[in-house]
Ligand binder design. Structure first.
Ligand code: FS2
Ligand code: SF4
Length: 547
């Protein structure tokens, strides 16, 4: 087994015996085999597209399958066996359609057939080894190939969500296949791989834009919203992950059933969408914090729990019976909710479980946080922001965003936010915010000092805020009094980082550790070109940002 796609990779060098995330070597091998089959499908999908053969089903399938291989999404070997069979069937079907139009020769990769009578685990291990031996001679190219692959997984996950909301762009789908197909090419130079990695960032910006359009056109632009953190008496369902469309599907199916719906983790920003909130009054509050605390938090929740996306941890037996997964998420032995004919999950088993469970038996003491400070909300008060900056009331903005995780060195982000001087504003997004999301940082004039922009994909919104402010101040974005202090964990964060580099954002501070898949030379290139640097201590970094 070899996997180093996330921040918690063993000893900061790669998981070899067993994944620190709980992924075993067998699941890792079938994930590798699936990626290999998607790489073989990619040139076929691209040729079909050129010939005008419809590929939408293939495109969406590729996104879902890549999404399933991301950290903390799917641990179910059988699901990967099915994805692999589907990848081959889709590929052969497209090839037949292409053949009917023009005779075509395919590479060995696009003709690869797993032997379904034998262990797919061994076949996955073989192709993974082949990838390492083929690419591993040049450590920097290997590093960039992994950067492209992991970035593309992040793009695929956002693209998958966007298409659920009716937002698609052929350019994104076709680039995903192009990047997958490129992994098989032996003739690309280091410069080519750098360009390709930045292109992943460019395409991810488009994927996040599509998702933003999906959310805002369906649910309205987020508005600053108070979210209760205290439970109220009654039957309850907790929804975790990122998928707002599936949260809405659950809200529809639980309407008038006497069930209160709580968000968990990255679904907190769902409360900021006015049309969702108005339509479903039983979408009440937020329960718990970031993903790595779920084993404690889920055990205590007195209702059913639905996981729509990452980050799922191997569940404890204390709560596995009340846990339900949907979409690309899965874990062996955990309830997987079937889809109805229109592709919506049938939440009936989760609803039945919630009704059978006690729910909350008393109202808790009121506690609350705010969310909904997305691009529209912030830029609508741009004049006040400019006035406050010009009048010396706001000295600096800190974007403290990204993923959370279990490592103690992530306390850096809490300490940094606590130490941010009172004349500075903290914008935040993604699950890393749970380390400080309920801190009372007060206001500067009418502006809260802590503003939650949204989920990790709402990095798009944060980018628009930065670009909007740069325009209003008539400066380059790198000249704004703004520092980006980011935390990463999984492959969506890789895609977002590549987007920021594509936009030429300088001086990003990244932690808690740098990606294991970035070679020393690639890191040197990133630090020389973009002044990307690792976090140090809160005091040192604050002094440098404010200096
Ligand atoms: Fe957090 Fe996990 Fe949002 Fe990441 S809930 S680390 O996958 O996507 O960020
Ligand atoms: Fe290790 Fe992360 Fe890969 Fe899991 S996803 S096996 S923790 S590198």
């Amino acid at each position: 087994m070899f996997c180093e796609q996330c921040e918690q990779t063993a000893s900061g060098q790669g998981c070899h015996q067993w994944g620190a995330c709980g992924k075993g070597p067998e699941v890792n091998a079938v994930q590798d085999l699936l990626v290999y089959c998607l790489r073989g499908l990619a040139p076929v999908a691209l040729r079909a597209r050129q010939l005008g053969i419809p590929t939408r089903e293939t495109d969406v399938f590729a996104c879902e399958a890549l999404f399933a291989t991301m950290t903390n999404v799917n641990f179910d070997r059988k699901r990967f066996n099915r994805y692999i069979r589907d990848a081959i069937a889709i590929r052969e079907n497209l090839k037949a359609q292409i053949q009917a139009k023009e005779p075509t020769e395919w590479s060995a990769l696009s003709c690869y057939e797993p032997n379904f009578q034998e262990s797919l685990v061994e076949q996955g291990q073989d192709v993974a080894l082949q990838f390492i031996t083929q690419s591993g001679q040049n450590v920097d190219i290997f590093s960039l190939k992994l950067t492209v692959l992991y970035g593309i997984k992040g793009v695929a996950s956002y693209t998958f969500h966007a298409q659920e909301l009716g937002q698609e762009d052929d350019r994104v789908y076709s680039f995903i296949h192009k990047a997958l197909a490129a992994l098989d090419r032996q003739n690309l130079t280091l410069e080519d791989w750098v360009k390709l990695a930045l292109k992943v960032g460019e395409i991810n910006l488009r994927a996040m834009e599509l998702l933003d359009a999906g959310h805002t056109s369906t649910y309205g632009h987020p508005v600053p919203t108070v979210v209760p953190l205290n439970a109220r008496t009654g039957k309850a369902i907790l929804v975790s992950g990122h998928d707002i469309k599936q949260l809405e599907a659950l809200l529809k199916q639980t309407a008038n059933q006497g069930i209160t719906v709580y968000t968990h983790g990255e679904l907190l920003p769902a409360h900021g969408y006015p049309l969702l909130k108005q339509k479903y009054p039983h979408l009440y509050g937020h329960y718990g914090t970031a993903w790595q605390n779920q084993t404690k938090e889920f055990a205590k929740f007195p209702g059913a729990i639905v996981i729509t996306t990452n980050c799922l941890m191997p569940p404890h037996e204390t709560y596995d019976e009340k846990l339900f997964t949907i979409g690309s998420v899965g874990y062996p032995g955990i309830n997987y909710l079937p889809e109805t004919d229109d592709g919506t999950p049938d939440f009936a088993p989760a609803i039945a479980k919630a009704l059978e469970m006690p729910g909350f038996t008393r109202d808790e003491e009121p506690r609350q946080v705010m969310t909904g400070f997305a691009r529209n909300a912030v830029l609508s008060v741009a004049d006040k922001v400019i006035e406050a900056v010009k009048g010396g009331k706001i000295r600096h903005f800190f974007l403290v965003g990204g993923c959370d995780g279990a490592k103690p060195d992530r306390n850096y982000y809490t300490e940094l936010v606590e130490k941010v001087p009172e004349d500075c504003i903290v914008l935040t997004l993604a699950c890393g915010k749970f380390r400080f999301f309920d801190k009372q940082l007060g206001t500067i004039g009418e502006l809260p000092r802590l503003m939650d922009v949204g989920q990790c994909n709402d990095a798009y919104s944060a980018i628009q805020i930065a670009l909007g402010l740069a325009k209003a101040f008539e400066v380059d974005v790198n000249q704004l009094p703004l520092s980006m202090i980011l935390s990463w964990y999984e492959q969506k964060a890789v895609a977002v980082l590549l987007t920021l580099l594509y936009l030429g954002i300088q001086n990003i501070r990244l932690g808690p550790t740098l990606p294991a898949f970035i070679s020393p030379n690639v890191l040197k290139l990133l630090s020389e070109t973009y002044h990307l640097k690792p976090i140090t201590t809160p005091d040192e970094d604050l002094a440098a940002c404010l200096g």
